[in-house]
Write a protein that binds this ligand. Sequence first.
Ligand code: HEM
Length: 222
Amino acid sequence: MHWYQTSLGKKYIMAATGLGMVGFVIVHLIGNLSIYAGPAAINTYAEKLHQLVPLVWSFRLVMAILLLTHICTGTLLYLENRKARPVSYACRKNVRTSLPAETMIWSGLLLAVFIIYHLLHFTLRVTNPDISNLLDPLGRPNVFAMVALSFAKASISLAYVSAMIVLLLHLYHGIQSLFQSLGLNNGKTLPVIEKSGRAAACVLLAGYTSIPVAFLFGTLNI
Ligand code: HEM
């Protein structure tokens, strides 16, 4: 465990767990976009997923470990950095720093709050029980109706769009940073990795926000 006590060891852990979660966020978006194919498509997708019981639970366990490790290690790194530099600079001249990079701890903690809300909303279905346990004409859980009726409410859509902006902020710096921590770049590839990471974060923002926005403005409806 000695390497975990070093900053470098912790950065590797942050990068490896971050990479796993970026993978999840991409796959989850692709699954969610099936909503554009209509109720039958997303309800079938959700039903098939839930039939793979051992796989779903193994996946949930892995994701929970990745998430908790990422949060705990990130918080430790933040506290160690603060301890090393308790007084902030009067005048910062570090030109490579940016708002997303400076606020990683805060965007990360806000995302953790969003994930708790999101699980209570769509997975445990406790925040809006009136619209969360409907069945479709084939007697399956009506995920389409749950998402549609949720996002028809401006307050819920606004909460999701705000959370997706926080996700953008976190990944705008996070994706390129993880390549750096894993040593997968050099002077030549750095600008390409930086641009691709930022572009990927913007694509994820556009994909995810399109869903609440489509229901709120009636482009998609039940
Ligand atoms: C517009 C944005 C989003 C929509 C419409 C959405 C939709 C959903 C739905 C419907 C479920 C429940 C699936 C089911 O039980 O059948 C779910 C689960 C989940 N979502 Fe999202 N999601 C969104 C964004 C996100 C984001 C950005 C993250 C991560 C940062 C995320 C993480 C999760 C997790 C961890 C689960 C639990 C998976 C499980 O049940 O094992 N979601 N989402």
